[in-house]
Unconditional design. Structure first.
Length: 210
C-alpha cells in the first residue's frame, strides 16, 4: 500500500467511525466525497503512469511541463492539479492535456525569440523598455534573455515560469518586487511565463543594451 492508498484508507476508516458514532451527517458526506475524489484521482494517475511506460512522448511532455521524471508522485501531482472532472476512460483526458502543452516547437524557436515582453514601450541604443501584461490564464511564449536586464512588478498576482531544462516555479508576485539578471547570447536564459492567478499580472522589463 502506497501513501496515496493509505490516505484514502484513513479517510474511509474515519468515515466508518463517524457513522458508528452517529456524528454530523453532512460532515460524513463531505469526507466520503473527498475519499471518492482522491480514489478517482489515484486511479487516473495509476492508469496514466502505466500508459506512459509505453509512450515516451507522454513522459517527455510531463517533464516539459515542469513535473519532472515519470513516477507516481509526479504523475499524481499532475492529475491532481489538472483534474476538474474525472471521466472513466483510462486517463485519456490527462494524456491529452499533456500533449496539449506541447512546447517543443516553442522551445526550438526560443533562442531566436528576443521579445521579452508583450509590448515594446521604448527603445534606443542603450535600453529597451517592455511591458509584460498577462490576463488570468494567459501565457507568454518561451523566449530568450540575452542581455542584462531587470524587471519590476506593477500589478501583482500569481505566475508560473517554465524553463528549458523542464523545471517549473509558481510564485506570488507583489507590487514593487524587482529582480536584476545578467545574461548573454552565449549564456541565455530561456523561459515562459503563465498567469495562473485570478488577476491581471503586469511587469515592466528593462533591457540594458550597452
Amino acid at each position: 500500500m502506497d501513501e496515496y492508498q493509505a490516505e484514502i484508507q484513513e479517510l474511509r476508516t474515519q468515515v466508518e467511525q463517524m457513522v458508528e458514532a452517529e456524528e454530523d451527517p453532512k460532515l460524513i458526506a463531505d469526507l466520503e466525497l473527498q475519499a471518492q475524489l482522491l480514489e478517482a484521482i489515484y486511479d487516473q494517475a495509476k492508469a496514466l503512469l502505466q500508459r506512459g511506460e509505453a509512450e515516451p512522448e507522454l513522459r517527455d511532455r510531463l517533464r516539459v511541463r515542469g513535473y519532472g521524471d515519470w513516477d507516481l508522485d509526479n504523475v499524481y501531482a499532475f492529475v491532481y492539479e489538472t483534474a476538474t472532472e474525472l471521466p472513466a476512460d483510462g486517463g485519456q483526458p490527462f494524456a491529452s492535456e499533456i500533449r496539449a502543452a506541447d512546447f517543443a516547437a516553442e522551445l526550438s524557436a526560443a533562442p531566436g525569440n528576443l521579445e521579452v515582453g508583450t509590448r515594446l514601450w521604448f527603445e534606443n541604443d542603450r535600453i529597451r523598455v517592455w511591458e509584460v501584461r498577462l490576463q488570468p490564464g494567459e501565457r507568454g511564449p518561451f523566449h530568450a534573455h540575452t542581455r542584462r536586464y531587470f524587471w519590476t512588478v506593477v500589478d501583482g498576482g500569481t505566475g508560473r515560469q517554465r524553463s528549458a531544462d523542464g523545471t517549473m516555479i509558481t510564485r506570488e508576485y507583489h507590487v514593487g518586487d524587482t529582480s536584476y539578471s545578467e545574461h548573454s547570447a552565449s549564456d541565455p536564459m530561456i523561459h515562459d511565463l503563465e498567469n495562473v492567478g485570478q488577476t491581471a499580472l503586469r511587469f515592466v522589463t528593462v533591457e540594458l543594451l550597452d
